[in-house]
Write a protein that binds this ligand. Structure first.
Ligand SMILES: Cc1cc2nc3c(=O)[nH]c(=O)nc-3n(C[C@H](O)[C@H](O)[C@H](O)COP(=O)(O)OP(=O)(O)OC[C@H]3O[C@@H](n4cnc5c(N)ncnc54)[C@H](O)[C@@H]3O)c2cc1C
Length: 466
């Protein structure tokens, strides 16, 4: 597709749609919109438009569709696969001003929000009302629009599921400018194809989300965290499936290796408990009832010890728990603070986690690279930070594609896939055919053509249209 440039005439038309100070084109001001948190190099949009209403979004898409100008929707820019990077320039729509919580419907346990609301603010708001929005991605400055578009996961996935499981309704502007309402507040819905499920996880390629109705659950106020060091990675990783086999489903079961704990310590400038162990499992237990929490702590602690844990440390105060979870949550930021990192997001069936972790370490040895393995092991999703460290650019650029190919081949061979929660975007696009067969990819392309006949919305992400 040959796209047109944003010229003076188009800028004038944009100025008739939004306030002039919501149009940014000066290079210094748009630098922040040129990249996300992935390793993709910056690509500048030609113009950034900060929208305030759904109607503005619709008018911009009508204009872009007529003029054949690519449009990239952007939330917090915290994505890890280049989804919000405007590779063809064009118009970037930023949702930073559409950040209002519109309605808390306590009767239906649902909340309606604009797409630019940070997940952090949503959590704080609903918890003040004794409610919980369970999806809990590590990066709290991602927006709800971005979380829905990547089908974000996070720490509570093992018990509650991922973002998709909490999206009830969406207002979406199509690339051809029509505004549609999908889903709604009914708990059930068997009314034709589930278009809402196409938009969730579409990485902003099928439509632009301008409003979301999300499902909430009651908040379990009591919680404890078990911090369990192990003398080897295999015992730690096999504990995860043992806990589930025993029919205990804690909200979070995370796996962390020693290199991840040490990088977190350097970043936070404080030590983590028992930092001498090669591997750790972190388990959050929540309930409304103290007796039940104590019973779960005991049962889970026993399983860990039977699986050769070196110790079982229980953090029960809010402060101690926050310290542990802060250590877990900062691992990606901590690694990035020390240099270039490629973040991998494999997911396998839970029981295959030990095989995945062993294979990941073998691959790291084969290529002589340093890796950190950690992640949401309770739902089979293991992240790997591949660190550039002292490698020069040529060495890094030569090694990375082969190394990623080996990692994804491993994940797929274990009946897993190449992204559990971050998406395909640009960084995984070349590996996408390993994870989806030809027919499925052709169907996806047909769907894209139906939604976006001129291929103006976030083109070049996930796959290229032929
Ligand atoms: C330190 C760190 C930790 C992280 N931890 C997790 C984690 O635990 N779990 C997890 O799932 N992810 C995690 N992430 C990744 C990231 O936070 C998520 O992918 C998040 O969902 C991105 O949200 P965002 O608002 O920043 O989206 P962006 O990066 O701005 O965009 C992501 C994609 O969504 C599209 N998009 C954004 N808004 C809209 C909209 N309104 N309509 C249509 N499309 C839109 C964009 O075009 C793009 O394709 C982490 C990232 C970092 C840096």
């Amino acid at each position: 597709m040959k796209y047109r440039k944003v010229n003076e005439r188009v800028l004038k038309q944009l100025a008739a749609i939004v306030e002039p100070n919501d149009i940014l084109s000066d290079r210094e001001r748009i630098l922040d919109y040129a990249s996300d948190e992935s390793s993709i190099e910056p690509h500048y949009p030609e113009v950034v438009v900060r929208t305030n209403t759904t109607e503005e979004v619709s008018k911009i898409l009508r204009l872009a569709n007529q003029e054949l100008i690519p449009v990239t929707p952007r939330g917090g820019g915290t994505g890890l696969c280049g989804g919000a990077v405007p590779i063809y320039g064009g118009i970037l729509i930023s949702f930073e001003k559409m950040n209002q919580i519109l309605e808390l419907d306590a009767e239906n346990l649902m909340i309606t929000v604009e797409p630019g609301v940070f997940v952090l603010d949503l959590h704080t708001y609903v918890e003040e009302h004794d409610l919980l929005y369970p999806p809990d991605p590590g990066q709290k400055l991602g927006t709800i629009g971005g979380n829905i578009s990547t089908n974000a996961g996070g720490m509570r996935g093992v018990k509650y599921g991922v973002t998709r499981d909490f999206v009830q309704g969406l207002e979406v502007v199509l690339p051809t400018s029509e505004i549609i309402d999908l889903g709604g507040k009914t708990v059930k819905n068997s009314t034709g194809y589930s278009l809402i499920d196409l938009i969730i996880g579409a990485e902003g390629t099928l439509g632009v989300i301008t409003k979301a109705i999300l499902r909430l659950v009651p908040l379990s106020k009591l919680s404890s965290t078990l911090y369990v060091p192990y003398k080897n990675l295999q015992d730690a990783s096999s504990t995860v499936s043992k806990i589930i086999q025993n029919k205990i489903i804690p909200p979070a079961i995370e796996f962390v290796d020693q290199s991840s704990i040490l990088v977190a310590e350097r970043y936070l400038k404080r030590s983590m408990p028992r930092n001498d162990a090669p591997a750790y499992v972190l388990i959050r237990i929540e309930d409304k009832d103290e007796t039940q929490i104590n019973a779960d702590i005991e049962a889970v602690g026993e399983i860990c010890l039977e699986n050769n844990a070196l110790d079982v440390l229980v953090a029960d105060t809010r402060g101690k728990q926050e310290e542990i979870w802060e250590g877990r949550s900062c691992i990606i930021d901590a690694a990035k603070a020390e240099g270039l990192v490629e973040v991998v997001d494999c997911v396998v069936p839970r029981a295959s986690i030990p095989a995945l972790i062993k294979g990941l370490n073998d691959i790291a040895k084969k290529y002589g690279v340093e890796c950190q393995n950690f992640g949401h092991a309770g739902d089979g999703n293991v992240h790997t930070n591949i660190l550039k460290k002292t490698m020069n650019d040529d060495e890094w650029n030569n090694k990375i594609p082969h190394l990623l190919l080996d990692i994804y081949t491993l994940s797929v061979s274990l009946h897993g896939t190449i992204s559990g929660e971050h998406g395909i975007g640009l960084t995984r696009k070349q590996y996408f055919p390993m994870a989806r067969d030809e027919k499925q990819i052709e169907l996806m392309k047909e769907i894209k053509r139906v939604f976006d006949p001129n291929n103006i919305l976030n083109p070049g992400k996930i796959f290229d249209l032929d």
